[in-house]
Design a protein. Structure first.
Ligand SMILES: [Zn+2]
Length: 436
């Protein structure tokens, strides 16, 4: 187990822990395992205790006896910090460790926001820009991106014929872990500029500076560890709404947003977060007339969760038209492997093959024809989602002193290619993906 896996465990919520444990076996089975562990521990304790009844050092006199336990305590304490889980835990907080980076990001964001300067103030059309962050969606299993027998994403697939949509079938995640991927996606830090998070600005601060009213609406729970990463970014927005229900509940929050203003709205979905069957409401299963299938059919329930996300995206797109909607971006944090889910070690490329599509309204395309032209020209380009900050800077028409035009899909200077594209925070090359 590496430090990123430990980070996932520390960042988990009771609901997520229950989802995971219940996928391992039935509740009676888990109870039996727990009972066996407790019984084993008590037996071991009893056995050691019997051994301790005989004094080992009877010849030590007066205060000399205290030396031995102190020496033992010192070596045992030192040893404990070098083995799992203490060693991994200390790694998280070491210099350049992920948790240290999140703490530094939180501390430095106000300072970096003061340094942030827009290159030019370009008038933006009234209306909203929407970013939907998906969860654990792998484009290999999405019919809008892959030639597969099941139509898992019917609405998105139909949008491929629409001239207002731009699809990117070679998009990748920067890291197969939610908090690690999103902190780079939504800040100016990326794998190519190697800028540490502590020197970065976030997309919510940029959008506010460009005159947008900002919203963060999430169906992912807040946790103390995620607080150090994603929630820090969410808190930079003007309005935050945290929901517990299924993803379609965000539509009620969307309906409350006043029309006619310049809004930048981020939706963070539960998407296909493990367990997949828990992501699909029963009412949706019935509406689709889907057969009652065993919850252990992981691949099938994963496809159903993608189908449900497709339905949620369609509804967001339609409901946002009244704002009016000027641009919409859908991208996943990372992909998913049916056997290993998503981990840094062992790593597989399906954990980072993600969907990305962008919508531009007809009025947006009329106002900024060069954006449409560049997005179309780059449809077959390799993209890694740590470049989202720069691409959104382009869509929001808000380049700044933290912006890199070589990382922006809307720029003619975009230069991420198969040869230089990276993932796993620079440790793997996209060129080594057999499907790239
Ligand atoms: Zn995730």
């Amino acid at each position: 187990m590496d430090e990123i896996a430990l980070l996932s465990i520390l960042a988990t919520t009771p609901r997520e822990a229950y989802n995971y444990l219940s996928s391992l076996g039935s509740i009676p089975l888990l109870a039996c395992v727990l009972f066996a562990l407790i019984a084993g521990f008590l037996l071991l304790f009893h056995w050691i205790e019997i051994g301790c009844r005989q004094p080992a050092c009877s010849e030590l006199k007066e205060k000399k006896w205290i030396i031995l336990p102190l020496v033992l305590l010192y070596f045992f304490g030192n040893y404990l910090t070098s083995i799992f889980p203490a060693d991994r835990f200390l790694h998280l907080y070491r210099k350049n460790g992920p948790l240290r980076a999140f703490t530094e990001l939180q501390r430095n964001l106000p300072r970096n926001a003061r340094i942030l300067k827009l290159d030019r103030s370009e008038p933006f059309l009234p209306g909203s820009v929407v970013l939907v962050l998906g969860e654990s969606a792998c484009r290999d299993d999405m019919s809008a991106f892959s030639n597969i027998s099941i139509n898992t994403t019917p609405w998105e697939k139909s949008c491929r014929q629409d001239q207002c949509f731009f699809f990117y079938p070679h998009a990748y995640s920067n890291f197969p872990n939610t908090v690690m991927a999103i902190t780079q996606a939504l800040t100016s830090a990326n794998q190519y500029n190697k800028k540490p998070l502590k020197d970065a600005v976030d997309i919510m601060t940029l959008a506010k500076k460009a005159g947008y009213e900002t919203y963060w609406i999430s169906t992912q729970g807040q946790s103390s560890i995620s607080d150090a990463g994603i929630t820090v970014i969410a808190r930079q927005s003007d309005h935050q709404i945290w929901l517990k229900g299924p993803d379609e509940d965000i539509l009620q929050s969307l309906a409350q947003i006043p029309a006619g203003k310049k809004n930048f709205i981020v939706f963070h979905l539960m998407g296909s977060h493990f367990r997949y069957d828990h992501r699909v409401p029963q009412a949706y299963v019935e509406k689709q007339h889907w057969a009652d299938v065993d919850k252990r059919e992981k691949a099938l329930w994963y496809c159903r969760s993608l189908h449900y996300t497709d339905f949620v995206l369609k509804n967001i797109f339609e409901a946002a038209q009244s704002l009016p909607l000027q641009a919409m971006v859908y991208v996943s944090d990372h992909g998913e492997d049916m056997e290993l889910t998503h981990t840094a070690s062992p790593f597989k490329y399906d954990m980072v093959r993600i969907p990305l599509w962008i919508y531009l309204s007809p009025s947006y395309q009329q106002a900024y024809p060069q954006v449409r032209q560049q997005l179309r020209a780059h449809e077959n380009a390799i993209f890694t989602n740590d470049l989202l900050f720069d691409t959104l800077s382009g869509i929001l028409r808000a380049p700044s002193n933290f912006y890199c035009r070589q990382c922006d899909l809307t720029s003619p200077d975009y230069n991420i290619t198969r040869d230089n594209a990276l993932t796993l925070h620079g440790k793997r090359r996209i060129a080594n993906d057999p499907r790239s």
